[in-house]
Design a binder for this molecule. Structure first.
Ligand SMILES: NC(=O)c1ccc[n+]([C@@H]2O[C@H](COP(=O)([O-])OP(=O)(O)OC[C@H]3O[C@@H](n4cnc5c(N)ncnc54)[C@H](OP(=O)(O)O)[C@@H]3O)[C@@H](O)[C@H]2O)c1
Length: 213
C-alpha cells in the first residue's frame, strides 16, 4: 500500500482518485486550496490546504509520500474569456524540484487529449474550435508535459478524452500508440481507476496514453 499525494484533490478526477485509492487500501494526502472541504471520513485521508504553485506548500505535502497524482484544472473559459493560462506549467515547475529534493520519483499527471504530440490526432475540422476554446490551456499543458518528460522521474502522462461524472465502468480503452489516438468520452471515475492501477504498476512509466470510454 502506498502513501499518495493527490494535487487537485478537492474536485473532479483528483477527488475520484482519492475515493478510488482509499477503496484500494492506500493512504491519501489530499492537496488543494479548498482541501478542508473534502467531505470524506476516513482515518487514511489527510487534507492539506495549499497552492500548487508554492514550492513551500508542495515540499511540506510531499514529505513521507511514495507517489504523486497531479490533476489540476482551471475554470471553464480560462484562457478563452479570462486571460492566459500558466497554472499547469508553473505548478509543474514548482513540483519537479520539490519531488527530486524529497526523493519521491513516481508522478502520474493528468493532461488531456490534444496536449503535446496528441494534438496531431485532433481531426482537421475540430482543430480550429479546439484551439479557440482550449488553445491557451492546452498550450500550457503541452509545456507541462515537456517539463515532466524532461524531469528524469518515473512519470506517466494520462490524457483523458471528454470527461463525464458517470460511474466507473472499468471498460475504458487505454491507447498508447499514436496511430490509435482518438477522442472519446470517459468518466472521471474510470480515469481515476486507471490512475490508481498505475500506483502498483510500471507498465505505463514514460508513456502518455489517451484514455477514453
Ligand atoms: N473537462 C474535460 O472534458 C477534460 C477533458 C480532458 C482533460 N481534462 C483535464 O482533466 C483535469 C481534471 O479536470 P476535472 O474537471 O476533473 O477537475 P477540476 O474540477 O478542474 O479540478 C481541478 C482541481 O485543481 C485544483 N486547483 C486548481 N488550482 C489550484 C492551485 N493553484 N493550487 C492547488 N490546487 C488547485 C482545484 O482545487 P481548489 O480550487 O480547491 O484549489 C481542483 O481540486 C484538468 O487538467 C482538465 O483540463 C478535462
Amino acid at each position: 500500500m502506498k502513501s499518495v499525494l493527490v494535487i487537485g484533490a478537492s474536485r473532479g478526477i483528483g477527488l475520484a482518485v482519492v475515493k478510488r485509492a482509499l477503496g484500494g487500501g492506500h493512504s491519501l494526502r489530499a492537496f488543494a486550496r479548498s482541501a478542508a472541504r473534502i467531505d470524506i471520513d476516513d482515518p487514511r485521508l489527510e487534507r492539506v490546504e495549499g497552492d500548487a504553485r508554492s514550492p513551500e506548500d508542495l515540499g511540506r505535502a510531499l514529505t513521507g509520500t511514495d507517489a504523486v497524482v497531479l490533476s489540476l484544472g482551471v475554470p471553464p473559459g480560462a484562457g478563452f474569456i479570462i486571460g492566459p493560462v500558466d497554472l499547469f506549467s508553473s505548478a509543474t515547475r514548482a513540483l519537479l524540484p520539490a519531488m527530486r529534493e524529497t526523493g519521491v520519483r513516481r508522478l502520474i499527471a493528468v493532461t488531456g487529449f490534444g496536449a503535446g504530440d496528441s494534438r496531431a490526432a485532433i481531426p482537421l475540422l475540430q482543430r480550429l474550435p479546439f484551439q479557440l476554446v482550449f488553445g491557451r490551456a492546452y498550450a500550457d499543458k503541452t509545456v507541462q508535459e515537456q517539463l515532466i518528460r524532461d524531469s528524469g522521474l518515473d512519470w506517466t502522462l494520462v490524457r483523458p478524452g471528454v470527461l463525464t461524472n458517470g460511474r466507473a465502468t472499468r471498460r475504458y480503452s487505454v491507447l498508447s500508440e499514436p496511430a490509435t489516438w482518438r477522442n472519446g468520452i470517459v468518466s472521471r471515475a474510470d480515469v481515476a481507476d486507471f490512475i490508481v492501477a498505475q500506483l502498483d504498476s510500471r507498465d505505463f512509466v514514460h508513456r502518455a496514453p489517451v484514455v477514453i470510454g
